[in-house]
Write a protein that binds this ligand. Structure first.
Ligand code: C2E
Ligand code: MG
Ligand code: MG
Length: 747
């Protein structure tokens, strides 16, 4: 039989005892093994069949769909298909006698099966379709290799026989689909699956090397509104622009991933400096808050960032992401457009929030809510123009809880509508008892504003209480403009038809765009305290913006109110900018309804401003318990007035100037400080390393003591345990305040 007379169809007619689902190639090679065995066992048997099979194989080899190999017992090649030798740019003769293993690249972590092969060959086992890599002309080639050990008559191992085929194309397409599965098709960034894999592997290898790793979780503020009002295509375009800005802001420092709709994650290996991470977060927030052009329309969104650092805030990817999530939640809760570091109390506050939510459901029924009223004063003559109703919650166990904490909870828990309606009702019923010149302002949540029933509720409350509409002012924030313009315009028109006044609250914390002042019928703009406070910082343009708002407001016949004025210098400054009204502690805090009735009974209420001469920007007033360590002794002290460079500490008598302490702020935050001034039980201390902003008006140490170090010292928690340093036994105490102890003093 001539070789060319055999074709593939003929081959398929051969009977095979092997599994029919095997590939043709596997079947024929299986057949030849069997043939060979038969030959070994029954030598001299008619060789016609064998010759035919050999010819078939030869023909098959020539099709280049697969190849054969055999080795001796030492693993050196005794046969290799000619076509394969050609692929390897060698002759068959050159390959004979060389180790079979040398056809493949050396074992590495990337291709563990390479190691498996040498193991299998040594063990003399059979193997099937082992995926192996060869490098041919600098190109990666992938082969699937099968092999069977061969035994002689006495059962002695004599070598291997096997086959192989090229699976490079299949491997490439597998790699491509797994690459696609790791990327977000919209932005081209790594996706959630890839982000968590990278984080997991980074953390596990960093753990061995005791390295740190920071992650930032970034959530876009107001993205949903843009997506809802401008459409999903616009939303997609915006996300692409966000991804670009984010990648640029992070640069080579870390890897940016998109882990959900409008959530991104940045992985920052070897980053534990909170000063640096805070700066990077600010840079990201500023960059993402710059205006975008989408579909030719300008829009602004913002971003909040939660930061967690391994190993301090979590050792596993799950824990670290959970910590960063809590930090992000806190950042959003404290006003958005901020960053927040994870700290242990956030864990507690997440639990607290759930409890508060449950308690808030019963607060109205249990009569725990009340309204307090803070005067809004004419800045020129100190005459009170009206009051703002501020909700107060007296929790039966916890005492007073700030509305800054419970209002967002009420908004999320779908309680704000009933709380808001209650406040409107209460305020109107209180206000009818005051002289008719006093206006009452009530805060209206954006959720209430989006409710079509709001005008009907307002009308009904006015009717029931008998308060003239012109004496009620509704305070709303800029976020109501994001609801979609037609709905918003209708709501404005309906409320104006009733005759109530409208005030734009918290100006300077959101969009701060002057454009809607011209379109929305506001009677007043309230400039947020953070905007006022930021105005005196060097380089701030807030002062110029406030002047512009005042000019615009005057032209549009609107009043202006500056919120949060506490010190005389601020009042003078705000008066200089021609702001018409002031609301702040400099005049009065909020007072109870009963007291207010008494204060306004004369018909006119004039308040004299009273407060500190200057507002201190740099010092944060606080009262915080810390531990101060000196010479193996530990003191419990109070820290007041802390700044980046120093603090005032209290609670230790008679400490010499120049004394060095290690101040333990908790959670691994240790700062070395030197006493610069000392007066009886108070000392002014200077930190060796500046503290850094915690993103929320507080300060923290830039670095923390690594839990690795603490573990090495045999401690469990990232704080110095209370009994780690003995309390000083030096007995002298003045007024119960312990005296400072030093070995020198004792001597
Ligand atoms: P807001 O509407 O901007 O109210 C002004 C806040 O500034 C009040 O905080 C007030 O006590 C505080 N404040 C006034 N003067 C000063 C000052 O000189 N220094 C400082 N540091 N703060 C000053 P409060 O009462 O804690 O309320 C916080 C926020 O909670 C309010 O901010 C408002 O957004 C919300 N809120 C309060 N009551 C209600 C309500 O009945 N309904 C709704 N929806 N929100 C409310
Ligand atoms: Mg308000
Ligand atoms: Mg406000």
């Amino acid at each position: 039989m001539k070789m060319e007379q055999i074709n593939v169809e003929d081959l398929q007619e051969l009977e095979f005892s092997e599994n029919e689902s095997q590939s043709f190639f596997d079947r024929i090679s299986g057949r030849i093994f069997k043939q060979n065995r038969d030959l070994d066992v029954a030598a001299g048997m008619s060789s016609l069949k064998t010759t035919e099979a050999l010819l078939l194989l030869q023909n098959y080899e020539e099709t280049r769909q697969g190849w054969f190999w055999s080795t001796d017992k030492a693993g050196n090649i005794t046969y290799i298909t000619q076509t394969l030798a050609e692929v390897l740019d060698k002759s068959q003769a050159e390959l004979l006698g060389t180790p079979f293993l040398e056809l493949f690249v050396k074992p590495d972590d990337e291709v563990p099966s390479q190691r498996t092969l040498s193991f299998i060959l040594a063990k003399q086992c059979a193997f099937n379709d082992l995926k192996l890599k060869a490098v041919i002309a600098e190109e990666d080639r992938w082969w699937a290799i099968s092999g069977k050990p061969q035994l002689d008559k006495s059962g002695e191992f004599v070598g291997y026989r096997g086959n192989g085929k090229d699976i490079t194309a299949q491997q490439r397409s597998e790699e491509e689909s797994s690459r696609l599965a790791m990327f977000d098709s919209l932005t081209g960034l790594a996706n959630r699956t890839s982000a968590s894999k990278t984080l997991e592997s980074t953390l596990s290898s960093f753990k061995k090397q005791k390295r740190t790793c920071g992650i930032l979780l970034i959530d876009l503020d107001r993205f949903k509104q843009v997506n809802d009002t401008m459409g999903h295509l616009a939303g997609d375009d915006l996300l692409k622009q966000v991804a670009k800005r984010l990648t640029k802001a992070v640069g080579k420092r870390g890897e940016v991933c998109r882990i959900g709709g409008d959530e991104f994650q940045v992985l920052l290996p070897d980053s534990d400096d909170r000063g640096d991470l805070g700066k990077l977060s600010n840079k990201i927030i500023l960059s993402l808050s710059e205006p975008y052009t989408v579909d030719g329309v300008r829009c602004i969104i913002g971003a909040s960032v939660g930061i967690a650092i391994s190993p301090f805030d979590g050792n596993t990817s799950e824990d670290l992401v959970h910590s960063a999530d809590l930090a992000l939640y806190a950042a959003k809760g404290s006003g958005r457009g901020r960053f927040h570091f994870f700290s242990e109390d956030l864990q507690q506050s997440a639990k607290d929030r759930k409890i508060l939510e449950d308690d808030l459901r019963d607060a109205l029924a249990n009569d725990e809510l009340s309204l307090a009223y803070q005067p809004i004063v004419n800045a020129k003559n100190d005459i009170v123009r009206g009051v703002e109703a501020l909700m107060r919650w007296e929790h039966p166990e916890r005492g007073p809880i700030s509305p800054a904490l419970f209002i967002p909870i009420a908004e999320e828990a779908n309680l704000i509508k009933s709380l808001g309606e209650w406040a409107l009702n209460r305020a109107c019923h209180d206000a009818v008892k005051w002289p008719s010149k006093f206006i009452v302002a009530v805060n209206v949540s954006p959720i209430q504003f989006a409710d079509e029933k709001l005008p009907a509720i307002v009308s009904s409350v006015l009717k029931k209480s008998g308060l003239p509409a012109g004496r009620l002012e509704l305070e709303i924030t800029e976020s109501v403009f994001l609801e979609g313009s037609e709905k918003t315009e209708k709501m404005f028109a309906d409320l104006k038809n009733i005759g109530v006044r409208l005030a734009l609250d918290d100006f300077g914390t959101g969009y701060s765009s002057l454009s809607y002042l011209q379109t929305a019928p506001f009677d007043k703009i309230k400039i947020d305290q953070s905007f006022v406070r930021g105005a005196t910082l060097p380089g701030s343009r807030n002062g110029a913006i406030i002047s512009a708002i005042v000019a615009l407001a005057e032209a549009l016949d609107m009043e202006t109110t500056a919120e949060g004025i506490e010190a005389m210098d601020e009042l003078d400054w705000i008066r200089g900018l021609n702001v018409s009204h002031v609301q702040g502690f400099i005049y009065s805090k909020a007072v109870q309804a009963e007291e207010l009735v008494r204060l306004v009974e004369k018909g006119e209420w004039i308040v004299t401003p009273n407060g500190p001469a200057k507002f201190r920007h740099d010092r944060i007033s606080m009262y915080r318990k810390v531990r101060a360590i000196h010479e193996n002794h530990c003191y419990s002290l109070m820290i007041r007035n802390i700044s980046e460079t120093g603090a005032l500490m209290e609670g230790l008598w008679d400490v010499p100037v120049g004394t060095k302490f290690v101040i333990d702020f908790g959670e691994g935050q240790l700062a070395v400080a030197v006493v610069r001034r000392s007066d009886k039980q108070q000392q002014g201390i200077e930190f060796e390393q500046r503290l850094v902003s915690d993103g929320n008006g507080g300060l923290c140490t830039s670095r923390r003591v690594s839990p690795y170090l603490i573990a090495e010292a045999g401690m469990q928690i990232p704080n110095i345990p209370a009994d780690f340093y003995p309390k000083p036994s030096y007995p002298t105490a003045v007024n119960g305040i312990p005296s400072f102890y030093t070995s020198k003093k004792k001597a």
